[in-house]
Design a protein around this ligand. Structure first.
Ligand SMILES: Cc1ncc(C[n+]2csc(CCOP(=O)(O)OP(=O)(O)O)c2C)c(N)n1
Ligand SMILES: [Mg+2]
Length: 550
């Protein structure tokens, strides 16, 4: 601070972040944003988390925001850092997670000359952010940060990027920023719309809800609504914790490879209410459900999402909690006549672990079985992308809130960094990262970050020696594979080299004791489970897919 009234712009920016509720900034440091690194490190309310790779930093910020609902910051340096960081920004975009991305940029005098590591950052980030801008004036930095946070957290949340030329951060500006990040809450429902929907609900024989991430913070209201109206509830892709899976009104998860029998209740519904869900390609089963002739009501905080992918009859731009509560208040008294026993039973059957299918090795479903036996029901599971995740989505019962952190953009490498951030944000939770060997080997080095910051997570790697998902698609479509092998890696030894504990499991009988030891440990731990590569999904064998197509 130069005198009592001024401070470096970089310092002032962190003050705006702290006042807005940001608590953690994830980064790989760079010479282009020294003042922000310094200010974050020294700020009493902020934690600077230095990661091994920018993809880890951005996945961590995304997962932190997804879990807490508060924006997190991801920072990186110029073109090189921005390139590495982008995967988690794309994840925040598709997953609707509020994130502020701060990118160091070349000095303002050098801009436009293809200076060292220069790239047009707003152009680079425009398609994967809600807003991207360069801040050219130090005295407006606080205002830009506040505006960025406002945009990131309002409507459908998402990432915002600010490019910060190095000289701007170093300038002296007023120390007490006037910028504030107030956002107005999303409005409650229009009474007339409530009346119309209540009429539809009263007349419906089989009303169902598709609940997305936007309903996560209205979970209790959703349960009350489902019970009061006798509605069935589906969870959208990778939002399985939005509704208790063993609740009698739960119908299943709209995912990749949803069992056809699970879809039946949705296909037969005469009223579909979509709450806080953008109706993605996966959730809608390639835009085939809800069908065009089904009456759809969509409740969303953001007008841009209503009717964006599926035609809707009634579109409501309103707060999920207030809207569900208004509907519940109008429900007829007494027990609703609609019964979901059969459809819920279909879900329970499809999510019951069958006998192991591997004659000698480990069937991935046995790993989930051991997890169900060993881990607390409210353990927070993060997962990577890959076919191993299908077993978790199918067989783990998400009965508790905030127990699933998974990317809807299917980004490999998400599992470990997401777990690190979850443990930092919620140190009292049991946090378990579930990964395939391909995804783990992309960002597994963030276990070192977990060790350094004292975030004891457990990592379970389903090691089949394959990029399994791609092998499955190749066998199915082409009858042969290409580029899918993963070499023999001593993952337990790798974990130990990063300061964690490592266990290798090759025998089904060793699974439970090893998982018990790993999850009971106070240290960061990794369970390297060697699985049978032929058990490619809960319903298919890789060898049989080959036989079908050749
Ligand atoms: C960043 C990224 N690169 C590539 C892909 C395409 N992809 C989807 S799953 C997959 C293989 C995953 O392999 P692994 O992590 O070992 O899991 P497995 O399918 O074997 O269980 C690939 C390459 C992706 N989803 N994300
Ligand atoms: Mg694999």
């Amino acid at each position: 601070m130069a005198d009592s009234g001024t401070s470096k712009a970089g310092f002032v920016a962190t003050e705006v972040l702290a006042r807005a509720g940001v608590r953690r900034l994830y980064t790989v440091p760079g010479e282009s944003f020294l003042e922000i690194l310094d200010a974050a490190e020294r700020h009493p309310e902020l934690a600077l988390i230095s990661t091994r790779h920018e993809s880890g930093a951005s996945f961590m910020a995304e997962a932190d925001a997804k879990l807490t609902g508060m924006p997190a910051v991801a920072m990186a340096t110029r073109g090189v850092g921005a390139s590495n960081l982008s995967i988690g920004v794309h994840t925040a975009m598709q997953d609707s997670s509020p994130m502020l991305v701060l990118l160091g940029q070349v000095e303002t005098d050098f801009l436009g000359r293809e200076a060292f590591q220069e790239v047009d950052l707003p152009a680079f980030y425009a398609p994967i952010t809600k807003w991207s801008a360069t801040v050219n004036r130090a005295d407006r930095l606080a205002e830009f940060v506040a505006r960025g946070l406002r945009i990131a957290t309002s409507g459908r949340p998402g990432p915002v990027m600010l490019a910060l030329p190095a000289d701007v951060l170093d300038e002296e500006v007023g120390a007490d920023p006037k910028a504030r990040v107030q956002t107005s809450p999303v409005a409650g429902p229009e009474p007339e719309q409530v009346r119309v929907v209540v009429r539809r609900l009263t007349a419906a024989r089989r009303p169902v809800v598709i609940a997305g991430g936007g309903a996560r913070r209205a979970r209790e209201a959703l349960i009350s609504f489902a019970e009061a109206w006798g509605a069935g509830v589906y969870a959208s892709f990778r939002r399985q914790d939005v509704f208790p899976n063993e609740h009698p009104n739960y119908l299943g998860h709209l995912t990749l490879g949803t069992p056809p029998e699970t879809l039946k209740a949705l296909q037969e519904a005469d009223f579909v209410m979509v709450v806080g869900c953008r109706l993605s390609e996966v959730t809608t089963q390639s835009y085939s459900l809800p069908r065009e002739n089904q009456a759809v009501t969509q409740v969303d905080a953001d007008p841009d999402e209503v009717g964006a992918t599926v035609p809707v009859e009634i579109g409501m731009v309103s707060d999920a909690q207030a809207t569900l509560t208004a509907f519940t208040a109008q429900a007829p008294s007494g027990t609703p006549s609609r019964d979901w026993t059969e459809a819920h039973g279909v879900y329970l059957d499809s999510s019951t672990i069958p006998p192991a299918r591997s004659p000698e090795g480990i069937d991935p479903s046995q790993v989930v079985d051991a997890m169900l036996e060993t881990l607390p029901g409210d353990a927070l599971l993060t997962n990577d992308a890959g076919n191993f995740s299908v077993f978790i989505h199918r067989y783990w019962r998400y009965n508790h809130p905030d127990t699933q952190l998974a990317s809807t953009n299917g980004a490999m490498g998400y599992g470990v960094p997401a777990a690190v951030a979850a443990k930092l944000a919620a140190p009292d939770r049991t946090v378990v990262a579930c990964c395939g060997d391909g995804g783990f080997l992309m960002t597994g080095q963030e276990m070192e970050t977990a060790v350094r910051y004292g975030a004891p997570i457990t990592v379970i790697v389903f090691r089949n020696g394959l990029q399994g998902t791609i092998a499955m698609h190749q066998k199915r479509d082409l009858g042969r594979t290409a580029g899918i092998e993963i070499g023999e890696v001593d993952l337990a030894g790798y974990a130990r080299s990063l300061g964690a504990e490592g266990y290798t499991v090759r025998d089904p009988d060793e699974l439970m004791p090893a998982l018990q030891a790993a999850s009971a440990s106070d240290a960061v731990s990794l369970l390297d489970v060697v699985t049978d590569p032929d058990i490619i999904s809960p319903t298919a064998r890789l060898s049989e897919l080959a036989a079908e197509t050749t």
